[in-house]
Design a protein around this ligand. Structure first.
Ligand code: 3H9
Length: 693
């Protein structure tokens, strides 16, 4: 065996050469891998004895893409596209033997071989678009030639992978193999040689794209079909342009066009933001000074108290991951309703073909309903999801303390209450923490894990591990009112509310926030959630705009009147002079002078309020690192990934500029705008939030 580089070996057995890549953890195509493949091919080409090359990987996966950490650094030759050109033109038979995830540059490598085989669990994808770039080593030119334009467009612009069965059906792989993969690769190569099969160079094979030539409608139609989902992102459009080039240009010209479009994206700030988000998401699960080998508690059975929208959504997460779930309600009627909603949600998924009816039954069979808290005696994790009332929560936790078995984790789903106070009513505060899900809990990816003052490290580590199993992006936060996300959004809410009183209109603010990249503006969102959620007509005293609107019977979309009006059966908000008058009257009563407010002021007040509060949160140690705050905002509040999150955005604008504006607001609007000490310190030192990570 020859050691080609520290990440690649060459093993020649008779007429077959095997290049094995070993670059943990995911065999990313960094320099030693690229150089290893290039040198391996070189040696094989000069060796008359060898007739075929099998490329395979050690460890948990085939190559999962280019090494993202190398982007933005001085390039080290050979570049991936150069290696793949050599592979493409290799006169000897080439084969990729795939397990795990052949992603990005990994799939591009496989596509540059004559043949591809894979194990049944392998996955294939070009996820570059999620990093704000496009497949830049021939993926946009080769994939359409293998699986056709329609499918290639879908895979490249969504970044979503397909499994081995689909890949086989689409002609992306030649065979699914069982057993030892390297051996299967050698046998496949021998078979091809024995049968004298022609070698298939994808670059020379235009059969599957021929029909699309000159048919630009395919692309126009496709653009429209993804426009809503990809609003604001630059990469999907460049992906489409690159695929267009695959049919309109000869292969080598197409490659050049692909590189231009790739480079354009790589230089832009969107890709920098999206790559930052990729690593930030992975970093979020790492707690500084936390030992790696911390023992985890065994979680199999989960109890959920409250079967309403929140409790039901939380239950679905666990059921989807195969956990046994017991839902506790106070009345049979509520329990039936809660279980009914869960079943209906699964049936809707099944009706869309995304799950079988047997799966619906299987998942429902994992759920037990009960009216008795004592049925939680044997659960390993209990999550309380009742409404936000400290006394009620304390009563529940004190009961749980007497019911739950030793070692059970007791979590509250509170979105702002003091977790330490809740823990204090138990004799085991080290087993108590917050697991703050976001609504709809079965859809939203974010989970704030609230670490109490006494939460045990193994309880925290177990919660992080469970979060991964239920496919949540977990971020550990400290105890304060509203934790990270809700504490920050309260600042934005205050500013957008004041802007209304000062003369901005409801639809102006919503338009500006929507155009910034959020899925919707704050007032459309309030109408959607319902203005009367948490509103009490007995204690309402007309002291906020929301109270005024509720008192006028405007509860939001649910009754067709909120900040906007809605036609029956429609969700389209229509600006309503009646609500504007209520707001203007309220503003006059409060003594505000209405003025013309520019879009720029709206952005600055809504967004810089987040940055300033984020800095205070960091200062207080409520969030571990700035990127954790960004992950919370992207996954829980719809912050556009291409702007990296509020802290990343602060750095992008320049903290000196942000601070200057905050100081102006402080002088004009008072102490709510007091600059965070951390912000002042960073600016004084010429640093950004990035320097804290
Ligand atoms: C590309 O290929 C461009 C080309 O078209 C053109 C070039 C010219 N690079 O996710 P995990 C690290 S762009 C560097 O927790 P899992 C990751 O940070 C690339 N590092 O594991 C983490 O490090 P740490 C296109 C990478 O089992 C560790 O590996 N490919 C890369 O849950 C484990 O990762 C992609 O976008 C990378 N490419 O999931 C695929 N990938 O332990 C990106 C991972 O220090 N990767 N790391 O925190 C993934 O989707 C997942 O990592 C994967 C494994 C599914 C493979």
């Amino acid at each position: 065996m020859i050691q080609l580089t520290e990440a690649a070996t060459l093993d020649i057995q008779d007429e077959i050469a095997v290049i094995t890549i070993n670059n943990p953890p995911v065999n990313a195509l960094g320099y030693p891998v690229r150089k290893g493949i290039a040198d391996g091919i070189d040696q094989v080409v000069q060796n008359d004895q060898v007739k075929a090359i099998v490329i395979t990987c050690k460890g948990r996966t085939f190559m999962a893409g280019a090494d993202i950490r190398e982007f933005g650094k001085p390039p080290l030759e050979p570049m991936l596209y150069q290696v793949l050109e050599t592979l493409d033109e290799c006169p000897k038979m080439t084969l990729s033997a795939i397990h795990g995830t052949a992603f990005g540059g990994g799939l591009e490598t496989a596509l540059s071989c004559h043949f591809r085989i894979a194990v049944p669990t392998a996955q294939f994808g070009l996820p570059e678009v999620k990093l704000g770039i496009l497949p830049g080593a021939g993926g946009t030119q080769r994939l359409p030639r293998v699986i056709g334009i329609d499918k290639a467009l879908k895979m490249i612009t969504s970044g979503n992978p397909i499994g081995a069965t689909e890949a086989l059906q689409d002609g992306l792989i030649d065979e699914i193999v069982e057993g030892d993969l390297k051996e299967a690769g050698i046998q496949f190569a021998k078979k091809v040689l024995a049968e004298n099969r022609p070698l298939i160079r994808v670059s020379q094979n235009d059969e599957k794209i021929a029909a699309a030539k000159g048919n630009n409608e395919i692309f126009d139609h496709f653009r429209k079909s993804i426009a809503r989902k990809t609003r604001g992102f630059q990469a999907p459009e460049n992906c489409i342009k690159a695929v267009e080039a695959s049919i309109n240009l000869p292969f080598k010209e197409g490659l050049k066009r692909e590189r231009e479009l790739f480079t354009e994206l790589l230089k832009g700030h969107q890709s920098a933001a999206q790559r930052y988000v990729f690593f930030a998401e992975r970093q979020a699960s790492k707690i500084p000074d936390f030992p790696k080998d911390i023992p985890l508690l065994d979680i199999k059975k989960v109890g959920i108290i409250g079967g309403g929208t929140m409790g039901g959504g939380i239950a679905m997460n666990f059921v989807n991951a195969g956990y046994l779930v017991t839902i506790i309600e106070t009345k049979q009627e509520f329990l039936n309703r809660g279980l009914g909603v869960i079943k209906k949600n699964y049936e809707i998924t099944a009706s869309k073909g995304k799950m079988s009816t047997e799966d619906v039954d299987k998942r429902m069979s994992l759920i037990t309903g009960s009216l008795n808290l004592k049925d939680l005696a044997d659960v390993d994790l209990v999550i309380e999801a009742v409404f936000e009332n400290m006394d009620l929560k304390k009563e529940i936790f004190s009961k749980l303390d007497g019911i739950c078995k030793e070692g059970a984790i007791m979590a509250t789903n509170t979105s702002f209450l003091n977790v330490n106070e809740i823990a204090s009513v138990t004799n085991r505060p080290e087993y108590v923490l917050g697991l703050h899900f976001f609504s709809p809990a079965n859809v939203m990816r974010l989970l704030e894990i609230v670490r109490g003052a006494k939460t045990d490290k193994s309880v925290l580590a177990t919660s992080l591990s469970v979060a991964k199993k239920i496919k949540k992006v977990a971020v550990v936060v400290g105890v304060c009112y509203g934790f990270v996300g809700n504490r920050m959004i309260a600042q934005r809410g205050r500013e957008t509310g004041l802007l209304l009183l000062e003369g901005a209109t409801v639809d102006q603010i919503d338009r500006v926030i929507f155009n910034f990249g959020f899925p919707m503006g704050p007032f459309v969102l309030s109408d959607l959630v319902g203005l009367n959620v948490g509103w009490d007509d007995k204690s309402s005293s007309g002291s906020t705009i929301r109270e005024v609107l509720c008192e006028a019977g405007r509860f939001g979309q649910k009754n067709g009147l909120g900040y906007y009006k809605y036609e029956q059966g429609s969700r389209t908000p229509i600006p309503d002079p009646d609500s504007l008058k209520l707001i203007a009257d309220f503003s006059a009563k409060k003594g505000y002078e209405q003025r013309e407010i520019g879009d720029d002021e709206i952005i600055k007040r809504a967004i810089y309020a987040l940055i300033n509060e984020g800095a205070k949160i960091l200062e207080e140690g409520i969030a571990v690192r700035p990127s954790d705050i960004d992950i919370i905002w992207i996954n829980g509040y719809g912050w556009p990934a291409y702007l990296g999150g509020p802290m990343f955005y602060g750095d992008l604008i320049g903290l000196d500029k942000v601070l200057e504006t905050i100081k102006q607001f402080h002088a004009k609007f008072g102490d709510v705008w007091k600059p965070a000490n951390l912000l002042e310190k960073l600016v004084a030192e010429g640093k950004g939030f990035k320097d804290l990570t």
